[in-house]
Design a protein around this ligand. Structure first.
Ligand SMILES: [Zn+2]
Length: 210
């Protein structure tokens, strides 16, 4: 069975998610914005193998722990989409801007819209390129579990900020309406910050999307 836990990281309470396959004893981490050492210790203690780190976008509160965690675990790093390279190049600047710790460098493999990946056994994800919050931001959709990891694109009754460098309001609205709200209504949305929601809730009550 595949299940997940949420770990709040960084002063921005970013939702880092750890998905575990308890049969294969594998796990995948989404957006480790910090606490790499603690995440690694918890994964070791649970006798799990970290198969991959997945990134929704290149903001430091989502990737600050990627370098160290991937080094400790010797795992691959996937995401976001190549248009985020410009944001990745600004990570040192982001640390100064948001008063966050500098992060270790990391190599990552960018993903493409529509690509299907299986980062661990029995855990297939479809990559949805959802520019707007950042130009290369992606969401990950797990059809089997009816889950969407929406990063900072869609929040419970809100949307991601577009006033950061390279943000674009029209793009985020377009991404959400065409790529996310078209998913099955009973899809649970795991947001990058704050509470979970569902596609149906957001169609009915998100003030930015009426
Ligand atoms: Zn962000």
């Amino acid at each position: 069975m595949i299940d997940y836990k949420t770990v709040l990281v960084t002063p921005f309470s970013q939702n880092c998610r750890i998905f575990v396959n308890d049969e294969s004893r594998e796990c995948v981490v989404f957006d480790p914005g910090a606490k790499a050492q603690e995440l690694y210790a918890a994964i070791k203690e649970a006798q799990l193998t970290l198969k991959a780190i997945l990134i929704t976008h290149m903001h430091l509160d989502h990737v600050g722990g990627v370098g160290l965690l991937s080094k400790l675990s010797e795992c691959k790093v996937y995401g976001s989409s190549k248009e985020d390279e410009v944001i990745k190049q600004s990570l040192k600047h982001q640390a100064l801007m948001f008063n966050l710790e500098q992060c270790d460098d990391f190599d990552n493999q960018y993903l493409e819209d529509g690509q299907v990946i299986e980062p661990m056994t029995d855990f297939k994800l479809k990559v949805l390129h959802t520019p707007g919050h950042t130009p290369g931001g992606v969401c990950y959709y797990c059809e089997a579990k009816k889950l969407l990891l929406s990063g900072d694109t869609l929040f419970n009754k809100s949307i991601g900020r577009t006033d950061f460098p390279h943000g674009n309001y029209d793009d985020i609205i377009d991404s959400i309406k065409n790529k996310l709200l078209t998913l099955p209504k009973d899809t649970t949305v795991l947001c990058g910050h704050g509470l979970n929601t569902t596609i149906e809730n957001e169609i009915n009550s998100n003030p930015y999307l009426v």
